[in-house]
Write a protein that binds this ligand. Structure first.
Ligand code: ZN
Length: 97
């Protein structure tokens, strides 16, 4: 497999970044992530996603949970929307959404 062309990452703004090795979603969002986001920022998102899943006790098979994560992904990587969830330890176990 030829190595993918480097990109300038939309999130961190650094040139000559390594893209994500393959689309993480089988849709337009997945294509966009490969085209615009570097693998390091993607790794940062995956860490944050784990925090969100643990913090909110998300079931990733739940469509509502997936939508919540995609909304946060867009806010985190593309700075879209302003509804990025806060991880507030004082509200542990007291989250309704
Ligand atoms: Zn980046």
């Amino acid at each position: 497999m030829p190595s993918p062309a480097p990109l300038q990452c939309l999130r961190c703004g650094k040139p000559d970044r390594q893209p994500i090795s393959r689309p993480p979603f089988p849709n337009e969002l997945g294509q966009r992530l490969v085209a615009e986001i570097c693998s390091e920022c993607w790794d940062e998102w995956k860490q944050r996603q784990m925090l969100l899943i643990n913090h909110y006790g998300l079931n990733v098979r739940d469509p509502q949970a997936r939508e919540f994560l995609v909304t946060n992904l867009r806010a985190f990587l593309f700075a879209e929307g302003d509804d990025q969830a806060e991880i507030d330890p004082s509200r542990e176990g007291d989250v309704s959404w």
